[in-house]
Design a protein around this ligand. Structure first.
Ligand code: GLA
Length: 396
């Protein structure tokens, strides 16, 4: 999506918000947007202090805010064409399993940090595919955080915004995610992937090659990380990590462990914990190698690492599914494909493919056609650009 298109979308949203709030708000509305994300490599490594390499992509959530003269938060979602109202003086309510949990969770999170919020009308619109592993929820959280920070005339750093939004997911919504999604959606810059050290939260922007394209394929098999499998995997990982820590206090997080450490402890942990930890230890190494490949302009190596990472998610982490495995195998046979793997939390969702630029459009068509032949499902494909995160966009 071009900057011009994003500007037009923001204008449209602003205008729609003004029309809906005519006679209610006297101050001008302010619009903020946050992208979606796709992870190139480094899956399930974030919550044990490891490395990830995602980028922000051009799907967006737009949040428009105007002040009210009372203490009400009136939220409107154009995707659901629905309004939800909350009293800002009593937000300690449990989440309802409703779209408004995410934006109102942000208000709750800001209050928890001592930021005083007066009443507001907030309109949210977005085109991030829901439940497909492209982080629609983090996109909503970050866009809302930008809008409410502006509304309360407060500011937070990119790191603080990401941590705030992760806390909302973990504590308010009750979904046990790591920091990757919120961090990249806030801090990405265009034409670059973001390599994040999830322990120190230090990061680098790595330029992406211009002669390869990132092609996302949505399998249309839905997953939700709040559904339990994500938490189950996380539990298996954490039990393995705890055994490694007890054996060697220098291992604080799985990030500190080697395969030799894991092998030495194998008989003390369940087979599931062993395999999940094996995926994470090898995946951290693959992220480092991918960084080297990207820096050296070696896309073939990068692509091979993606295929290996997929096998590890499938066999050791057990977080793939039949349709996704088929998409990766089909991709492998298509001209111009350098690499393919599942992306995001797993159990369905999307694959991410690295494809020679000259073949990208044809690759996307062929992948869809062959998947339809095999499963009768109409997948969606997107040839992506790496775009700015919410912070870079807000300061333009
Ligand atoms: C989801 C979570 C992230 C991360 C990925 C797996 O997207 O939100 O924190 O754990 O799954 O890499």
């Amino acid at each position: 999506m071009s900057s011009e298109q994003i500007r037009r979308d923001l204008q449209d949203q602003l205008a729609a918000h003004q029309v809906r709030n005519q006679g209610i708000a006297s101050s001008p509305a302010h619009a903020f947007s946050a992208p979606a994300r796709v992870n190139l490599i480094g899956e399930h490594t974030d919550y044990t202090g490891g490395f990830v390499l995602p980028l922000a992509i051009g799907f967006r959530t737009i949040a428009v805010v105007t002040p009210r003269s009372d203490d009400q938060a009136v939220l409107y979602s154009s995707n659901f064409n629905e309004t939800a109202q909350y009293d800002l003086r009593s937000l300690a309510l449990p989440p309802r399993g409703h779209w408004s949990d995410y934006p109102i969770g942000v208000a709750w999170g800001l209050q928890q940090q001592g930021i005083r919020l007066t009443g507001f009308n907030l309109s949210i619109d977005g085109n991030v595919p829901l439940g497909s592993g492209l982080s629609s929820s983090a996109s909503i959280e970050v866009a809302t955080a930008m809008a409410l920070l502006d509304h309360s005339r407060s500011s937070l750093t990119g790191e603080q915004i990401a941590l705030l939004c992760q806390k909302i997911e973990n504590v308010y919504v009750g979904s046990p995610c790591g920091i990757m999604d919120q961090f990249v959606i806030t801090n990405a810059i265009d034409k670059h992937a973001l390599m994040l050290d999830c322990r120190s939260l230090s990061f680098d922007h790595l330029p992406l090659a211009t002669d390869a394209r990132i092609v996302i394929c949505n399998s249309m098999v839905k997953h939700s990380i709040a559904d339990g499998e994500y938490g189950d995997r996380r539990g298996e990982v954490e039990r393995g990590q705890e055994i490694l820590r007890q054996r060697n206090p220098a291992i604080q997080l799985l990030r500190d462990a080697t395969i030799a450490d894991l092998e030495a402890a194998r008989t003390e942990m369940s087979e599931a914990s062993y395999r999940r930890c094996k995926h994470i230890i090898t995946e951290n190494d693959r992220v480092i190698q991918t960084r080297e490949a990207l820096t050296a302009g070696d896309e073939r190596r990068f692509g091979q690492l993606m295929f290996t990472a997929h096998a590890s998610m499938r066999d050791d982490f057990a977080a793939s599914c039949e349709e996704i495995d088929a998409l990766v195998e089909i991709a492998r046979t298509l001209p111009g494909c350098l690499g393919a793997r599942i992306t995001g939390g797993g159990f369905g969702g999307c694959t991410v493919n690295l494809v020679d630029a000259a073949h990208a459009e044809e690759f996307a068509l062929n992948l869809k056609a062959k998947y339809r032949e095999q499963y009768g499902i109409d997948a969606q494909t997107y040839v992506c650009e790496a775009v700015d995160g919410a912070l870079a966009r807000a300061t333009q």
